[in-house]
Design a protein around this ligand. Structure first.
Ligand code: ZN
Ligand code: ZN
Length: 275
């Protein structure tokens, strides 16, 4: 029973293609999760464009898109996700932070509206079903895939996800800000005992004090949370575009010395949950 994660975009804030961002990748947030028969996409950053080619090649007819929130780096790839322009495909699009403020359909529509974008949401050929929920509610994605959600500490709100399948769990916790010296009880509850946690590690602890209130966390805080919650592996994610390959390699070295169950997510990396 397949339960895999593939990283298609690992950056935060803005895409950063450059010769110094080749090893870890320059596309913004997009993670593919295959849970048995279920095809799940976490966020629609610029990384979703390349995923679109795979969806078409492999003939995947139906996918679930779980949005953490609708800041640009998490939706900018949406209008460039080629399967949306094809009939006979179905996408269920979920967001947990817009229930009381107009809903995800209207937010995506406005992001694709004149004069910001030439192709309106209504022109997409695929069948789109929009689902607004309140972060904290559970989602049922078929009989064997359970999704728990929480509201994260982020400007305009963001949703953290825990996907459970076949007795295993992967959590996607971005974007979120911590309070130094404290462990976020909401995050601890979500990630408890998970096989893999993908966490907002935009900054280092040394950088954080000059970014208070920006809505992001650090890899050191990710390690503290995951150890406390008996998580098996931590994926460092949502890399700052200012962190080039040299910086990230040093960061990865230090993180692994701190906790060997840690790794830095790279574009194109695929792993089996619980392996
Ligand atoms: Zn972000
Ligand atoms: Zn954000």
């Amino acid at each position: 029973m397949a339960f895999t994660v593939k990283f298609w975009g690992v950056r935060g804030s803005i895409a950063c293609p450059s010769p110094n961002h080749v090893v870890y990748g320059g596309n913004t947030s997009c993670v593919e999760v295959i849970a048995g028969e279920r095809h799940i996409i976490l966020d629609a950053g610029t990384g979703i464009r390349n995923l679109g080619q795979r969806v078409i090649q492999e003939g995947i007819q139906s996918s679930v898109l779980l949005l953490t929130h609708t800041h640009w780096d998490h939706i900018n790839g949406f209008p460039f996700f080629a399967p949306l322009f094809q009939k006979n495909r179905t996408f269920d699009i979920y967001a947990g932070h817009l229930y009381d403020t107009g809903g995800v359909q209207s937010v995506l529509a406005s992001s694709m509206s004149n004069p910001m974008f030439p192709v309106p949401l209504e022109a997409l050929q695929a069948t789109l079903r929009f689902h607004d929920f309140r972060a904290g509610e559970d989602l049922e994605l078929g009989p064997d895939v359970r999704v728990r959600t929480v509201l994260l500490n982020h400007p305009n709100g963001a949703t953290g996800y825990r996907i459970e399948y076949d007795g295993r769990a992967v959590c996607y916790v971005t974007d979120t800000e911590h309070v130094p010296g404290e462990l976020d009880e909401t995050v601890l509850g979500l990630i408890a005992g998970a096989d893999l946690v993908i966490y907002d590690c935009t900054y280092t602890d040394a950088e954080y004090p000059s970014h208070v209130g920006w809505g992001h966390s650090t890899w050191q805080q990710g390690v503290r949370l995951c150890r406390e919650a008996a998580v098996k592996r931590l994926a460092i994610f949502h890399h700052d575009p200012d962190h080039d390959d040299t910086f990230m390699a040093e960061l990865e070295d230090e993180a692994r010395r701190t906790w060997e169950a840690t790794f830095v997510a790279r574009e194109g990396m695929q792993i089996t949950v619980g392996a």
